[in-house]
Design a protein around this ligand. Structure first.
Ligand SMILES: [Zn+2]
Length: 659
């Protein structure tokens, strides 16, 4: 493939394709194009607006201020990298910002944003070596030689994020300088790591899905083949042993043989995403089945109620099965995003609504929890139990990753803010899909959707809803062909008792999906009513850390109690919930009934069993719960999701401290 300018290429797409972040050439479901789907309001509309209005500029400001953008200028100038700013993977944050800007520009056509994007691309392009190599951390004076630290150097990881930015730009604006930079770098990667080259992989998967996507944009099969080589090599101990073990970077076992996701959670989800991409493009059903098997096991045994993944702090990794302690949840925002990326690919490949269920759970309770409402402060980890009040980070100071007790403006390792930015800029693409029979709506937000169907047919609908505040979702037909079309609506796993109304008939629908097949006409309305009343949720008994507790969910949202909502702002650990009284909604607020009982400190926090539950005669009081994703928006607070439970009808085990 040759691509020497924005206008002279013969063999790559010359116009933007308006495809979203994942564009498989085959699969059960096909994503809608960017010009076919828009979120028009609701919580996700607000997130997209805040991302555009605040987060992108915030990220750009911090990249400039920390010198991470300046690294490209210094590299271009041939300056020494001895005092280079940031960690070895800092380049990737610039690339993720570029990807976010590209999707946002594609969404709104914002010309000023486009100019900012192009200015950054020019600085990145200037830093690229004549042979295509691009890194500010290696291969220039004052830095280590190229490819000398595959375990920790992140060179290929960074290029993966570069390629995803180039793909986003090509799909939204056509092939330009950024795609040229990508293909030059990708060609070098194929030369260096292809057959006969360095037979190894990057310590951080990411280039695998990126190379498949770059193949999808350019048609260059060499990129697909290189992705296959990287995926097949990993697991054969091609990287050096490290203190966390090779499972940390999934080099312990070939992906075809593994039974569950393990090791670093972001690495695991990115790698699996690349495997699905490769499997789909090459028709490799065995590889796809291997990823599905691992996803099933991971969701069944290694995922938090929020959808969060990763319980181990020391290596940001999955714990063993059912090791999901709420107060030690790592649940990195990026791992949630990686999980969404993986589930979306599996949904497209296989169509199972369970994938969309996990996407919804993770979007509402991990991805939405990460950034503040203002879009300018972020959680890196997402604990489910905050035991100390914490302090408000200086809005003008970067903090070490994961050490922030409240949302911080920037991190020394700042992967999460840029990941949030690119996710929200392309969020609308997760709403719906199409197949030969019709349209599938997976996520509920005010939106407009259009699908091209076989035979030059078109179906256009509006989604009208106040979800998740209300469980009512109306799909209003704006345009329909005069032939039968199937409209499929996801019924979330928690939505027991949902109903579907069409043409004056209302029917119960079970969790999974509900489909209506008929000839639609403009003005027709199909209505889904999901029961979003608050509900108690208990965990599998093998998740020992939350035994004897309940959580409260409402629709797709996990709720929590915050000490700022308790009388006297007492510590959340004083609350015991009365599970004989179900949670209720009063004036739009969810309440449980519970007892607030101070703990008596003892010299030794252990004792004899058998302390009684709160007596039935002790009056309970209402306690307000709030969406977990909004926690700490009102300043320092203690918080917990899993609440110690007792019942006036069935005494529960209590701890000695409650004596
Ligand atoms: Zn992160």
């Amino acid at each position: 493939m040759t691509l020497t300018s924005t206008t002279t290429s013969d063999d790559v797409v010359r116009t933007p394709s308006a495809r979203g972040p994942v564009a498989p050439s085959r699969g059960t479901l096909q994503p809608l194009r960017l010009d076919q789907v828009a979120v028009t309001g609701g919580p996700w509309g607000r997130r997209q607006d805040v991302n555009a209005d605040a987060t992108l500029a915030h990220v750009e400001h911090w990249l400039e201020r920390e010198g991470w953008l300046g690294n490209f200028d210094a590299t271009a100038a041939g300056a020494s990298g001895a005092d280079r700013a940031g960690r070895e993977f800092a380049d990737s944050e610039t690339y993720k910002l570029l990807e976010a800007m590209a999707w946002e520009h594609g969404r709104t056509g914002d010309a000023e944003l486009d100019a900012r994007l192009q200015a950054i691309v020019a600085r990145v392009a200037a830093a690229q070596a004549p042979d295509g190599y691009l890194s500010t951390a290696f291969g220039r004076p004052g830095t280590p030689d190229r490819w000398t630290d595959l375990e920790w150097g992140h060179e290929l990881y960074c290029l993966g994020h570069l390629f995803q930015a180039g793909v986003a730009r090509a799909r939204t604006a056509g092939p330009d300088l950024l795609l040229q930079v990508c293909t030059r770098a990708a060609d070098l990667v194929c030369d260096v790591f292809g057959p006969g080259g360095i037979e190894s992989v990057c310590g951080h998967p990411e280039i695998e899905p990126a190379l498949v996507e770059l193949y999808r944009v350019t048609g260059e099969r060499r990129y697909l083949e290189q992705a296959r080589l990287f995926l097949e090599r990993r697991g054969h101990q091609v990287l050096s042993e490290i203190e966390f073990g090779r499972s940390y970077f999934q080099d312990d076992e070939p992906i075809r043989d593994a039974e569950v996701l393990r090791g670093h959670a972001v690495r695991a989800t990115y790698l699996s995403s690349g495997a699905v991409d490769l499997a789909v493009e090459t028709g490799d059903d065995e590889l796809l089945a291997a990823v599905v098997r691992q996803w099933d096991a991971t969701v069944a045994r290694r995922t938090y109620l929020t959808g969060g993944m990763g319980s181990r702090h020391q290596d940001e990794a999955f714990g063993e099965d059912f090791v999901l302690p709420p107060d030690r949840a790592y649940s990195e925002t990026c791992a949630g995003i990686g999980s969404v990326q993986l589930a979306w690919r599996l949904l497209l490949a296989q169509g199972d609504p369970r994938y969309a269920d996990l996407i919804e759970r993770t979007l509402y309770n991990v991805v939405d929890a990460g950034p503040s409402a203002s879009g300018t402060a972020f959680f890196y980890t997402n604990t489910l139990h905050q035991r100390v009040l914490g302090t408000v980070p200086d809005p003008d100071q970067a903090v070490p990753r994961a050490a922030s007790s409240l949302r911080a403006p920037w991190f020394a390792v700042s992967c999460c803010p840029t990941n949030v930015a690119r996710t929200f800029a392309s969020l609308q693409t997760l709403l719906a899909t199409t197949d030969d029979e019709g349209v599938q709506v997976h996520q509920y937000a005010p939106a407009t959707l259009t699908a091209d169907l076989p035979g030059d047919r078109r179906m256009a609908v509006r989604v009208v809803t106040d979800y998740p505040r209300s469980g009512r979702v109306e799909v209003v037909v704006d345009e329909a062909p005069g032939t039968p079309v199937t409209l499929t609506l996801r019924v979330p796993s928690w939505a027991v008792g949902a109903t579907l109304s069409d043409g004056g008939t209302t029917s119960p629908v079970a969790p999974g999906s509900a489909a209506v097949t008929r000839v639609f006409a403009a003005g027709d309305v199909v209505r889904l009513d999901l029961p979003v009343a608050p509900r108690f949720t208990v965990a599998d008994g093998r998740i020992d850390a939350v035994r004897g507790t309940v959580a409260v969910e409402r629709g797709p949202q996990v709720l929590c109690v915050e000490s700022v909502d308790l009388p006297g702002r007492v510590h959340v650990d004083e609350l015991v919930v009365d599970t004989s009284q179900p949670p209720v909604e009063v004036d739009g607020e969810v309440q449980v009934q519970g007892w607030l009982r101070p703990h008596a400190d003892a010299a030794w926090p252990y004792g004899t069993p058998g302390e009684p539950a709160p007596a039935a005669s002790t009056p309970t009081q209402p306690v307000r719960l709030a969406p977990y994703a909004d926690w700490a928006e009102r300043g320092p607070t203690t918080m917990r999701v899993f609440l110690p439970a007792a019942s006036t009808t069935a005494p529960a085990t209590t701890t000695p401290q409650e004596a």
